[in-house]
Design a protein around this ligand. Structure first.
Ligand SMILES: [Fe+2]
Length: 237
């Protein structure tokens, strides 16, 4: 298997490439539009073909590369079935698996940060989007976020994975690149709560500013990254 973690310093987004060496097919998780060249060149350079570009949820802080990657590489785009992005080719539901050659990405529905948040489990690792971050969790105060749902996704789904499972989130703001389910259980300050109500109180106390790009990124990402021009027509990039 090939595996690579990319970082976009503008939005502090992590993007992942996973590839199967036998069929030389790869997928991207949470690609950022501005870095599509970098991903495509890297995958080409490895002699792999991109077959899927996946978003864990509709992002509010950067524009997705899904649409442009599909145009450039003829890959298929994928999101969870609750995604409002109608442009997406494949809508996945919990319990389904996406196959990339011999690799299996198992779909977990983990709402709470947004109502369309999904995590993807592959053998010894999980790609959590913003449902579970390193020593943090995704905010729950917009895009139909819900702290009670987030608690359920965390405590009744993600934290039930084996403790050695590597955690790869969609963001980190402090240079941390990977964690494990066991470390997050013990060390994540947001997870040291005794009830869903306590978690909801904690999230309600955060009072975070809106992401700078939110008003542009959310509508664009519902169109797979197509930004509306002033005359109302769409434009890629
Ligand atoms: Fe997010």
């Amino acid at each position: 298997m090939i595996f690579r973690q990319f970082f976009d310093p503008v939005s502090c987004t992590y993007t992942y490439v996973l590839g199967d060496e036998v069929g030389r097919e790869a997928c991207l998780i949470d690609p950022v539009l501005d870095r599509v060249d970098e991903y495509a060149q890297w995958i080409d350079g490895q002699g792999f073909r991109l077959v899927y570009a996946i978003d864990t949820h509709i992002h509010a802080d950067h524009i997705t590369g899904l649409g442009q990657l599909r145009e450039r590489t003829a890959c298929r785009t994928a999101m969870g079935e609750k995604s409002p992005a109608e442009c997406v080719d494949v809508k996945l539901s919990e319990g389904e698996s996406l196959t990339i050659g011999s690799l299996l990405l198992k779909v977990l529905y983990t709402p709470g940060h947004t109502d369309d948040s999904y995590s993807y489990v592959m053998a010894d690792r999980v790609f959590t989007g913003d449902a579970l971050l390193i020593r943090g969790t995704g905010r729950t105060d917009f895009q139909n976020g819900d702290a009670y749902q987030a608690y359920d996704s965390l405590f009744h789904k993600l934290l039930l994975l084996p403790e050695a499972t590597a955690v790869y989130p969609a963001h980190d703001y402090h240079g941390q690149t990977v964690s494990t389910i066991g470390d997050e259980k013990r060390l994540n300050p947001r997870l040291q709560v005794r009830s869903a109500g306590e978690y909801a109180d904690l999230m309600a106390s955060l009072r975070l500013p809106d992401p700078r790009l939110m008003d542009v990124a959310v509508p664009a990402n519902r169109r797979c990254g197509q930004v509306a021009s002033p005359d109302g027509a769409g434009r890629s990039g």
